[in-house]
Design a protein around this ligand. Sequence first.
Ligand code: C2E
Ligand code: CA
Ligand code: CA
Length: 693
Amino acid sequence: MELTDVSNVLSHKYVINDPLHQLFDAVHTIAVQGYDVKRRVIYWNKGSELLYGYTKAEAIGNKIEELIIPVQMKQHVIESINNWFTKDIPLPAAELLLRHKDNKVINVFSSHVLFTNQFEQKQMYCIDIDIADLKYAQAQAMFKEHMLEAAFEAIPDLFFLMTEEGTIIDYHASNKKNLYVPADEFIGKPMVDILPSEVAQLFKVNIAKVLTEQIVACFEYQLTFPHGTIHFEARISHLPVHNQVVTIVRDISERYETAEIIRNHAYFDPLTLLPNRFLSLDRLSQLLNEAKRNNDKTAILFLDLDDFKKVNDTLGHEIGDKLLKESAKRLNYVVRKEDTVGRLGGDEFIVLLRGLTDDHNALTIAENLLKVFRKPFKIGDRELILTLSIGIAISPDNGNTASDLLKSADTAMYQAKALGRNTYSFFTKAMNETMLRRLEVEEQMHGALERNEFEVYYQSQFDVKKNDIVSAEALLRWHNPKLGNITPDEFIPIAEHTGLIVPIGQFVVRQALLLLNRWQTAKGKQYRMAINLSPRQFRDSQLINFIEQSLKEAKISAQCLELEITEGVLMIGQSYIDDALKSLNELGIKLSMDDFGTGYSSLSYLRQYAFDILKIDRSFISGITHNKADRELVSATIAMAHSLGLSVVAEGVETKAQALLLSELQCDYLQGFYFSKPIPAKALLQSLPKILL
Ligand code: C2E
Ligand code: CA
Ligand code: CA
């Protein structure tokens, strides 16, 4: 019988199962379609309308392949359905990708039935369930699993999945090296059976915490492996729905070691491995407390390597470091185990002696320390002699606290240096007074510049050939309301030490140049001005700029300025000093070597640097009229200076006899009380011209 008319299709002739259709009509989530042998739609429920987009009216009578079968499947579907109708080869249920009215792909799980109705007509029914959401969820789950796998592989941490009782169900370990036992030995076993008892206990406690408090527990532990001890950090969290706990275990050995290094850095000197200043002083405090309780004495030795700076500067820091390391070894060799050798910094060391007795006394130890340094240091194929200066302070006499005792020992060490180095000195009462005075001066010096306590005095210099005053030296004076007049010999070293010499030195330069301008104008002569510069002032990067600027402001030409420096400046041996001297020279400023004869009096310095003037120290001048040796020395110095193209100034000229003798010895300039004491600016401007020699 032919199916020609759509209305016919719905006739009950084709439909045997009405109650079933009623059911299909009611269920919208399932798409049910009925087909006749020619694959034409004879039934199309609401679910099919929703799923495929065709209304019942649109679908009925149309062939399946025209409606929902994608082009590439058409042939196959037609054949399969025909095979079923004609050869009884059933069409199995399957997941299919079918076609919506809008052409979009519909993912269904499709089951099929075939039966023959009461009119002997074969009919096929398809029951399709939309599985798009399911598929999506599956894909998501898959993705999550893959992502987790990739993450597990990429992260060096260990993951353990455990029951709430702590039995290990699953694990991930990208690096199996940190598994305490192989996987097959722990899967299915309680964590606590595998780990050492104290670590197991930690896990137990923390799992319990996670279960009751619903938090992420975090704790650290360590395990010993054949490849060493590994520090771990474990995090445990609960999966309540699954009654499981997840544990993430991280190897934190590196972090642990870094922390350890930082701890060591805080207490030990990385070069010598000795306790650093902080730890040394801490130990000293402990020793002092102990000594107080036992009514004992504690001694500290403050050690400073002599001329270490020079060694470092000439031979380089690498050799300097080696010497420091070797020195540390030698120091440790002399003291007992219960004593402490520490490095305070640079070339300064400290030795703490615990419980002084007769055969363990500070003096013997100091002597032994000097003795071990007598052996030359072998650095490569070089042999070097290094000596020590040692200051000794003993509690409670020289101080009760670590810092007081350290200060006393430091003062005593300076005394040892003053005694000629390579020796030791005990702290004494006199030193104590010097130290207190020093502190007092230092205290008063702060703010002294602002309070206008400084004044520059001027001492004129006499030109022998011209028989006239041609220049002056600026000399600083300090009057403090509390301390009275303080001599430059006392306050200049302190100002250097504190760095206050920089602003104070600038004050001198500014004042002296302004005065020079007034002096030149008043007398109509090209007077010169000599200004003293301390080593510390060269560390001021603004020095050159400042001087240049000051010359400009005072309208003084560079040729009229002389800067006096001592050999000490040159001995620092730093390139910034060379550079500064070169710049000063290039500006046309004259350089004068001060106090010649007192230091090393090295001729090489005179040749190496562009000096213009040499000042013979006043200690030689005082003796020239009655001491032949002094006279010969001065005479030789003048000749030598002249041969190097330098002019010579004699300072400290106090008598006419000295002045006459010096002029005979061809000295160029004379300075001293015989001509004038250092006087205030006003006095210099008012001084009357007179013939002096
Ligand atoms: P100096 O550069 O050797 O200065 C010369 C010192 O000799 C001055 O001492 C001066 O007063 C003193 N003097 C001058 N003529 C005679 C004399 O005929 N007989 C004797 N016995 N002494 C004489 P002063 O002013 O006490 O200065 C001491 C040192 O302080 C100076 O020695 C200098 O090194 C330093 N100084 C002074 N003013 C300054 C300054 O402004 N800056 C720096 N950096 N150092 C300064
Ligand atoms: Ca001087
Ligand atoms: Ca001098």
